[in-house]
Design a protein. Sequence first.
Length: 153
Amino acid sequence: MTNIVKHPLDLLDMVGQSLGPTEWMTMEQSRVNAFADATDDHQWIHVDPDKAAKGPFGACIAHGYLTLSLANKFLPELMTVEQVSMGVNYGTDKVRFPNAVKVGQRIRGRGDVISAEQTNSGVQAVVRVTIDIEGEDRPACVIDTISRFYYSA
């Protein structure tokens, strides 16, 4: 369920709040292949199901950066900020990949609001997005996202 934040300043009161989880999504080979094409990273552990089946993971795995990029999918599912002219990714702090996502596994996001501070034109918030793998103890990715939410004019 998406948390609706009525105004960027409301983020200041959300520090310490947990968000999510989102719905599950399946990591499809077609998504992994498209990411390989977009990034020119066609390593066999990602795109060769026959060879990958005999490899260290027993199947093709998603690129770490593909998993990381899905924070952009999950973050607006976790939290929608209203009364903004725009929201932008300002950067990240501390990204970790504790576990690989095998093709066919289901993943979802959950979040924690780590910090929020007012800027001249809006609010900057750090949300730690954890991407879980269904049935696994260790998450696929943990990323501290930094977003800026600019006030509506």
